[in-house]
Write a protein that binds this ligand. Structure first.
Ligand code: BGC
Length: 249
């Protein structure tokens, strides 16, 4: 099935038409800046411009940087607080005139990696961490997703919130060297390992293609691999989520 996959991030919104049977992108990935402030209305306008860009009239899946419980946003760490309590899927559908299905962005990335990517056929515990403006997590066991884990907000042993200590935004804003930032990420991944004992850790987001630069700093027992779809995982997974919703899976 062809579905428009959209990944709303704290700084950019990316989209492409996805063939859900293979995870392949059927057109060029498009990116626009996330509006500031990222109010519901401003994000809906941005989504409309993406629909126009792709000349898309079909359904769309949208990975959104918030806990999304049955289509309703429950948190809003890197978007406007007006999203909290908003039925995001319904709202975007109404504003754009297309069917929208919203899912947490990291869960979306995880769905793509488990179906076609780094976690394919892994029946164990897989932790996907997406690294961008925030730190997003998706947790799978036996191929099943435990939705809306917000484990980027845990407090580390140094008392800092993980996302404010080891995100990509922190690396860029503080101009950290890969080794220095890798050590920060390692503190986080070790904390996750001590709590969850994953068999595999998959890293997504903008830094996933730079893993070789910071992997020497990582000391978890579980192997750490890059998302196969790199920073496209969120787009592909959002489309997969919409497909499952449409099929009523
Ligand atoms: C949000 C998560 C999101 C992550 C990555 C966090 O700030 O709370 O819902 O998955 O950022 O975008």
């Amino acid at each position: 099935m062809e579905i428009l996959g959209i990944d709303v991030g704290g700084t950019g919104i990316k989209s492409a038409i996805v063939e859900t049977a293979t995870g392949e992108l059927l057109d060029e990935k498009h990116r626009i800046a996330t509006p500031r402030p990222a109010t519901p209305r401003a994000v809906a306008e941005a989504l409309k411009s993406l629909l126009e860009h792709h000349r898309w009239k079909g359904p769309a899946g949208v990975g959104f940087p918030a806990a999304i419980q049955h289509g309703v946003a429950r948190t809003a760490a890197n978007v406007d607080k007006a999203f909290i309590g908003l039925p995001v899927s319904e709202y975007f559908s109404r504003e754009t005139g297309r069917r929208f299905f919203a899912v947490n962005d990291a869960d979306a990335a995880g769905l793509a990696e488990m179906r076609f990517g780094a976690g394919k056929e892994n029946a164990g515990v897989v932790l996907i961490v997406t690294i961008g403006t925030g730190l997003g997590t998706a947790l799978f066991s036996g191929g099943h997703l435990l939705p809306n884990t917000e484990l980027g907000h845990v407090l580390l042993e140094n008392g800092q919130e993980a996302e404010r200590y080891a995100s990509e935004a922190v690396r860029v804003n503080r101009n950290l060297k890969w080794k220095e930032w890798g050590e920060r990420l390692n503190l986080y991944l070790r904390a996750m390992e001590n709590l969850l004992w994953p068999d595999l850790i998959v890293l997504g987001g903008g830094v996933s293609d730079k893993l070789h630069k910071f992997s020497p700093a990582l000391t978890t027992q579980a192997p750490v691999v890059a998302a196969r779809f790199l920073n496209r995982a969120g787009i592909v997974g959002a489309a997969l989520f919409a497909e499952e919703a449409l099929r009523g899976i």
